[in-house]
Design a protein around this ligand. Sequence first.
Ligand code: GLN
Length: 410
Amino acid sequence: MKPLSDRVNSFTDSVIRRMTRISDACGAINLSQGFPDFDPPRELMDALAKAAYAGPHQYSVTYGAPNLREALAQKHSRIVGRPIDPESQVLVTCGGTEAMMAVMMSICNPGDKVLVFSPFYENYGADAILSGAQPIYIPLVPPDYGFDLALIEQGFQQGAKAIIICNPSNPCGKVFTREELLAIGALAEKYDAYIVTDEVYEYLVYEPHIHTCMASLPGMFERTVTCNSLSKTYSITGWRLGYVIGPDEVVEMAKKVHDFLTVGAPAPLQEAAVIGLHFDDSYYERLRALYTDKRAYFLRGLDRIGLKHNVPQGTYFVLIDIRDFLDLPRFRGWTDLEFCEWMAREIGVAAVPGSSFFKEDVNNLIRLHFAREQATMDEALRRLAKLCALLDKGCRAPYNESSTSTRRLP
Ligand code: GLN
């Protein structure tokens, strides 16, 4: 047979999603692909049940059901402080994933350069290849994941047409400050570049950090394309509802990509999700409080068992430093992927290898998430304590077995 597409052949499947399959196959606790193990708000489930009988069951308007687009336009208009036209500036997609891909395909010609921070959410790699864009990577430097503005300017001087900003940032949990965004925005203006944002974790931001929407900054709406999703905000990752909001010209192009790629997001799910967009502020405060507690609980647990980690400013991800393990004779020479596969099988906790997110040669980090019920986190920590016991020096502090839950896990 003739060879298949070189373009598609040049990237692998998603390691995040692969780790979920591995986790399922070996019955591990899945802390790799980020999604909650708890229910969406009751109102959304009721609305979905109602939609099952009342419909709609046929295609909605290809670029999104009118009531959902209207609700998204109102939401974004409050955030950016200007009216948003639901007809020409809003596109509903199948998840944030399709939103990003549709926007990249709308902006980039083959060979166009695009600035991407490293570490980055792994989808951006495939987005760049499929849209023909060539990434120029800008390092986010640990421990605070700051960046050098001069490198961004150099990237624009090399002709970068756009910059992708994931804010809050997957996987490192960075929340870009208003000042950082203003500085990036000023450069984008100077070099007339687009800004593509991925803001799916906009409400998962921990005090004292606050989320600033790039498109809300002075003069930025005209060049910013905001990609977002309802997945994390309403705990409905399987509903596959995302959206793009931006200037008419870009959204017009993204609509065409979307129209021929997927036709539309599922109509009954769009109908049910609208209710979430009418929740008042107290819902988002409770969501933030929930994840603030989960973060504190999980990080305290990691400290107790002696795993080194970063402290995310936003998102539900945490990066764990596994260098001490890779220095042990039994793991010497292992890649982080091999370590994660072993950990899922032998320890019973699935993580994502950090190398999936870094352009740089990083082999000592793995990503876990804490969008889990407390009992699941307890069991995961109990299992991870066994991992810590492998270190010569043992666990830094004894782990209290009695604090763990008796809930049975697969
Ligand atoms: N953003 C989530 C993660 O990084 C997963 C999203 C997805 O798999 N579509 O784990």
